[in-house]
Design a protein around this ligand. Sequence first.
Ligand SMILES: NC(=O)c1ccc[n+]([C@@H]2O[C@H](COP(=O)([O-])OP(=O)(O)OC[C@H]3O[C@@H](n4cnc5c(N)ncnc54)[C@H](OP(=O)(O)O)[C@@H]3O)[C@@H](O)[C@H]2O)c1
Length: 373
Amino acid sequence: MHRVLVLGGYGFFGSKICAALARNRAIHLIVAGRDASKATALAYQIGVGADRARRVDADDPQLGGLLRKLGVNTLIHTAGPFQGQDYSVARAALQAGCNYFDLADGRAFVRGITSLHGAARAAGVAVVSGVSTLPALSSAVIDRQLPDFKRLDTIRIGISSGAVIPGIATVRAVLGYAGKPFRTLERGQPVEVHGWLDRIVYEFPKPVGPRLLGRCDVPDLDLLPRRYPGVQTVSFHAGFASEAGHKFVELLARNVRDGRLKSALPFAKPLTQLGRWMQPLFSDRGGMFVRMEGMHENGAPLRLAWHLVARENDGPHIPCAAAIALTNKVAAGAKLPAGATPCMGLLDVDDLLEPLKNLSIRELPAPAVHELR
Ligand SMILES: NC(=O)c1ccc[n+]([C@@H]2O[C@H](COP(=O)([O-])OP(=O)(O)OC[C@H]3O[C@@H](n4cnc5c(N)ncnc54)[C@H](OP(=O)(O)O)[C@@H]3O)[C@@H](O)[C@H]2O)c1
């Protein structure tokens, strides 16, 4: 049995990951978090039993010893926000000699995970950061389409959520950069933009339709220009099912940018509560796009647009797919390269869609060749 401990196991994404891993008979699952009663309740709910629930604090200086005592083979860290966290949980995993996967979307955090590469190699384990939509799914989609391009110039990625409000860690993560400046690559030059501003309207395929999107500070803005040298433009935008909600976050962002508000973070809790209360009023649909532009092998301009569309409020399963797929893979005996890396090149699109196959989530593959008009 492969022993997997999910830290933040009863959280919004952690609980979905636990429910999926509980179905794998090759996995001995341990549901962990700071609240033993919540861990126990989830362990019962997903049918693994109370003895699989553990009170574990990510900040515990003895975490490495505890993981070793529990015989953990793979640790999944979902206890964000990762922005501003250090690598103490990953170091504890190294100390215990177990694999470490996290759901991080903090730009510096995911980029910097390679600082543990030597230690992870020496320990003979895989330390993988961003085992989630970004950058695992985004880079897998680009990797798959790359052979169509002689030259890839532009990558534009976007996500619009459905009505369901994620956990407080996610809300804090995304509000933390509202109105704050960060850099992105436009036509070969680093340009400064601000979180949740620069609004665009993106026409998602039916049944999602048009959505408002704003700039977000995500790991892909650093990772993709390195993975695909020669790319001139990389952008990421995100938005919500509620137009009013999006405009309110924009208002907060403008106030932060213009110095009238220090941070949008104090609004994280009330916005989460309000969003949950209003959930029935908003669309159950969400979508993701990856658009690529460049030159085809035959020299003609090439533009591809890949989409993923979710209905029936199934969208929140998408950020869980990479952690489920990668853990199932190692539990089945696959050996990941020892070392520390952002989650790119370890899972392909089929691997990532497998955990989503019984849900209302549909891939609209990029059409083979699209001439630029
Ligand atoms: N890379 C991507 O594409 C991507 C996409 C979506 C989300 N994410 C990230 O996923 C993370 C999880 O989001 P979520 O919506 O699931 O958040 P959440 O519901 O707030 O879950 C976080 C969990 O961590 C636990 N936790 C917090 N501090 C802890 C500590 N010190 N020790 C142990 N457990 C602790 C919390 O429970 P207790 O407070 O009771 O301990 C909670 O169960 C976020 O950081 C988000 O940014 C990444």
